[in-house]
Design a protein around this ligand. Structure first.
Ligand code: LLP
Length: 417
């Protein structure tokens, strides 16, 4: 199954050493459950593979920004990739080190830039000339120099869902590679900017390592050109994007293989490697636990209606993404072909369609796999549904790192007129 840290023990699905039945009896369902050791292992796979090459792994907060997850990674020395002032606030609340924070994003506001300058983040990855000018102006007011890279768009095509590909000329992200050199020269003349290096990010859920290598080659050519012009470049940020398997038959690229391919090209280049992985650290280490509410048969279809919905996990509705769905009790049973759907009043509220799976009855628990990345982070209160709790399991113990929202939470900050 496409999860890490989850396995059947005596026929019962467990997260590390805790059964999912025990978690459900404590926090109810729907609930997100994460395997802490797997998260740490994935992070370590990055740092281990970098070996002696100077590097920082900036975990992409957007994938799963829950305080408990951020604090876990901060304790193990991770840096962070943020895309908003709110994400910086979360990192700081979780004990993250601002000096290891990078800040990409096409629409940074003046307030966010001020907040990040004040906090002392490591680098702004700038995505346009206008943004560069704004960062320069805000840094000047503080009489300081803002550390920057330009986020370059290398114009490589990576095979992924069109909503999450970012590395082509037609995308809104970064500075087209052909224009980057001139902009660097202009940036070098701005007194309150300190050019540190180059960054890029070509997209997410990329399974073909060659796409990263192609982007890297183009970026290295740019770095050579910049160095020839006397612009010192030390910091190379290749973004995130390494994909994971979602289907049982999918292969997940090894983090070590991915890094080996990159490091081969970096040998002897005197560069510091920065990466911004999100999904590859948390996706497979998380599941969404849900209870079957009803079975329902129509003329031609079997529906399994569960208590989780698209407000909890929107990826199937938004990207038609596949998530494996498995029963918590693995008793041998008849297979069935069914749609697994939630209670929300939209036809798009489904987790799977025409899925072949073991027949489950009302009251049984199911795990929606590979939900640790962009699961809770994309959840909402649609249909006035309180958001699910999150549980972090570490070995034989677990912590509720976020309570289930209450009805009172649903109306916080609102007034009737
Ligand atoms: N760095 C930048 C600048 C990014 O835009 C992203 C993701 C990352 C790093 C982390 O990428 P990762 O390693 O997680 O692939 N909601 C979508 C994914 C959106 C990704 C957006 N950017 C999904 O559920 O598949």
């Amino acid at each position: 199954m496409p999860t890490r840290g989850f396995e059947y023990r005596s026929g019962l699905l467990c997260c590390e050493d805790v059964s999912l039945e025990e978690i459900s009896s404590r926090v109810g369902t729907p609930a997100y459950v994460y395997a802490a050791r797997s998260i740490v292992e994935n992070y370590r796979a990055y740092t281990r593979a970098c070996g002696a090459v100077p590097h920082t792994i900036h975990y992409a907060v957007k994938a799963n920004g829950s305080l408990g997850v951020l604090a876990l990674l901060a304790r193990h020395g991770a840096g962070f990739d943020i895309v908003s002032g709110g994400e910086l606030f979360r990192v700081l609340q979780a004990g993250g080190d601002p000096a290891r924070v990078v800040f990409p994003g096409v629409g940074k506001t003046a307030d966010e830039i001020d907040y990040a300058l004040g906090a002392g983040i490591a680098i702004f990855n700038c995505e346009s000339e206008a943004e560069l000018e704004l960062i320069h102006e805000r840094a000047k007011r503080r009489q300081m120099r803002a550390p920057i890279t330009l986020r370059v768009n290398p114009d490589v095509s990576a095979e992924t869902h069109p909503y999450i590909a970012t590395g082509l000329r037609e995308h809104k992200f970064g500075i087209p590679i052909g224009e980057a050199e001139d902009l660097y020269v202009r940036a070098a003349r701005m007194e309150n900017l300190e050019i540190r290096g180059v960054s890029c990010h070509i997209g997410s859920q990329i399974l073909d390592i060659n796409a990263f290598v192609e982007a890297l080659s183009k970026i290295l050519d740019l770095i050579d050109a910049l160095r020839r012009r006397g612009i010192p470049i030390r910091h190379l940020d290749l973004g995130g994007g390494l994909g994971v398997g979602y289907r049982p038959e999918d292969e997940t690229p090894e983090i070590g293989d991915y890094l080996q391919a990159l490091l081969e090209k970096l040998e002897g280049r005197d560069l510091e490697l920065h990466l911004e992985p999100g999904r590859s650290i948390v996706a497979q280490a998380g599941i969404l636990l849900t209870t079957v509410l009803y079975r329902k048969q129509s003329a031609s279809k079997e529906f399994i209606i569960v208590d989780a919905a698209m407000n909890d996990l929107i990826r199937p509705a938004l990207y038609k993404s596949y998530h494996d769905i498995i029963p918590v009790r693995a008793a041998g049973r008849e297979p069935v072909t069914a749609d697994i759907v939630g209670p929300i009043c939209e036809t798009g509220d489904f987790f799977a369609r025409d899925r072949r799976m073991p027949l489950v009855e009302a009251g049984e628990l199911l795990a929606v796999c590979t939900a640790g990345a962009y699961g809770f982070a994309l959840s909402s209160n649609y249909n006035a549904r309180p958001r699910a709790p999150e549980v972090l399991v570490e070995g034989g113990s677990f912590t509720v790192i976020r309570d289930r929202e209450t009805y009172a939470d649903l109306i916080r900050g609102e007034r009737t007129g």
